[in-house]
Write a protein that binds this ligand. Structure first.
Ligand code: XMP
Length: 517
């Protein structure tokens, strides 16, 4: 297994995902971790990430010295290379010449890391690599024992190696896809230089998790809040496989779910897989609680706290439930470790269900804690969940509650569900669903005039929204084909009585958010 020390690069998680894709387990620790933590992890190799700081200033982070004393290979990337060079006696300088974007590097000499990996060959027979650079500082003196293994115009020292010790440093980023041979370079490091075996596969992960879960919960009973979202669905499938009847899922149907969603969740889990699921029909309670409420944040709070009340009531009915299962995934864990709270589960519980009551007295079991989202999805497929459930767009916890602007009414939710279903159905049919990151309809409680046949209509408005994004922090509106938008508009207005107008949302994030409330 590989330990990744994080110096704050935006690419650190990407490094981890690449290593996992190679089939090797890895974890990310803060660069401020101590020698004991590193020893305890017992890595077969260590990767030092990039970072925003400069090693030319004395108060910026350094790798714990143990990294260079453990006797395992080390790969420094960008800032990781610079701090390695500096800590081992080399020299790094700030340079006015910032290099950002594509660059071509020339492999030099013979190195275990790069030899034989190239995009082109130079006329003299050197390997040339197209890589992604992003740096200001550069190494100007090699530490003793190191040799030069790559250079570029902007960075004469773009790669260094101490083959005896297995220490390597690269100025470019092998983890980003712009570096075409990046995957091969990382594979070379992890499999050949560190000698790791590619054992981290979905079926192994499932087997291991099942064993861990069984050991952890013994004969106790486990409760899980099933939402139909990817994470809780995969937890349900996994726990069912591990402990079968000891698992009870509580599925709260808030009345704010998408068309037929409740029935689909029941069909998949209860009928098809034989999971014990308690479906709570809470539509009326939600409508009552939300009646007269128009403020988005207040709506969110009400929806979240009602969920907890209902979940609590149901969990209390399950005799001898000792464990609460949660779909916490690795990015949630890293996020909270980064904030040094050390309480990973709090973030997710807040995120998912609005915070769990302190008096629940249930112990937590989180079988996806070590996994990235793409790994969770693969696990879901391997566990037999339908692919469209596993690859579904994200759906916010408050559901249609934040897609009906202002006060939530059943009539509005029903209209919105129909319009949304038409939009999603056509996205699938036109092979556009997977090309956008999130798509949905929004209900606007304003009336607009229309004409249909000889009659005048005075009905509500639906906005449709589709965005493309990697991280949901920024997004661009999807440039869906006009003919497609035309079809959506005609279908919604013709088939959903009560809607007389459809608008397409062409706002990016920022300044708009993805959801309308
Ligand atoms: P915004 O609207 O903030 O959305 O641009 C970013 C992503 O987060 C989802 N979202 C939520 N998810 N509870 C959730 O679980 C919420 O209250 C919530 N609000 C927004 C949104 O669907 C998008 O994917």
């Amino acid at each position: 297994k590989i330990l990744i020390l994080d110096f704050g690069s935006q690419y650190t998680q990407l490094i981890a995902r690449r290593i996992r894709e190679i089939g090797v387990y890895c974890e990310i620790y803060s660069c401020e971790c101590d020698a004991e933590q590193v020893k305890k992890f017992a890595p077969n190799g260590i990767i030092l990430s990039g970072g925003p700081d400069t090693v030319t200033s004395g108060d910026t982070p350094r790798a714990p010295q143990i990294v260079f004393e453990l006797g395992v290979p080390v790969l420094g990337i960008c800032y990781g290379l610079q701090t390695m060079a500096e800590q081992l006696g080399g020299k790094v300088e700030s340079s006015d010449h910032r290099e950002f974007g594509y660059a071509q590097i020339r492999a030099r000499g013979h190195s275990k890391l790069l030899t034989g990996i190239e995009d082109h060959l130079s006329s003299e027979g050197y390997g040339l690599l197209d890589v992604w650079m992003s740096h200001g500082d550069r190494v100007v003196d090699l530490p003793s024992g190191f040799s030069l293994i790559a250079s570029s115009d902007g960075a004469p020292i773009a790669g260094i190696a101490n083959e005896d010790k297995g220490f390597y440093g690269l100025q470019f980023h092998p983890e980003v896809t712009h570096t075409k041979q990046g995957g091969r370079i990382l594979s070379r490091f992890v499999l050949e230089i560190c000698g790791c075996e590619a054992l981290w596969t979905s079926s192994n992960i499932i087997e291991d998790s099942i064993e861990v879960v069984r050991k952890t919960v013994g004969t106790d009973h486990v409760v899980l809040g099933l939402s139909g979202g990817v994470d809780s669905s995969v937890v349900a499938a996994l726990l069912h496989k591990a402990i079968e009847d000891q698992l009870t899922c509580v599925f709260v149907d808030t009345g704010l779910l998408r068309l037929h969603e409740g029935d689909q969740v029941m069909a998949t889990f209860a009928e098809h897989m034989g999971v014990k699921v308690i479906r709570v029909d809470a539509e009326q309670r939600y409508l009552d609680a939300l009646s007269g409420i128009t403020d988005p944040e207040q709506k969110r709070k009400i929806i979240g706290s009602l969920f907890i009340d209902i979940f609590d009531e149901e969990a209390a009915k399950i005799a001898d439930a000792k464990w609460l299962a949660q779909g916490t995934i690795y990015p949630d864990v890293i996020e909270s470790a980064g904030s040094k709270s050390g309480k990973a589960h709090l973030i997710k519980s807040h995120h998912n269900v609005g915070g769990l009551p302190e008096n629940m007295l249930l112990k937590l079991v989180e079988p996806l804690r070590e996994l990235f989202k793409d790994e969770v999805r693969k696990l879901g497929v391997e566990l037999g969940l339908p692919a469209d459930m596993v690859y579904r767009h994200p759906f916010p916890g408050p559901g249609l509650g934040v897609r009906i602007l202002g006060e939530v009414k059943k009539e509005f939710a029903d209209l919105l569900r129909q319009a949304d279903a038409i939009f999603i159905e056509e996205l699938y049919r036109h092979d556009l669903y997977d090309k956008v990151s999130q798509a949905f309809a929004v209900f606007l409680p304003v009336k607009s005039v229309g004409v249909m046949g000889d009659g005048r209509r005075y009905d509500y408005v639906i906005a449709i929204r589709a965005v493309e994004t990697i991280d949901f922090m920024t997004a661009r509106w999807a440039h869906l084909p006009y003919e497609f938008l035309d079809l959506i508009s005609r279908r919604i207005i013709n088939e959903v009585p009560g809607i007389s107008r459809v608008a397409y949302d062409i706002s990016g994030k920022p300044p708009a958010t993805i959801e309308w409330e």
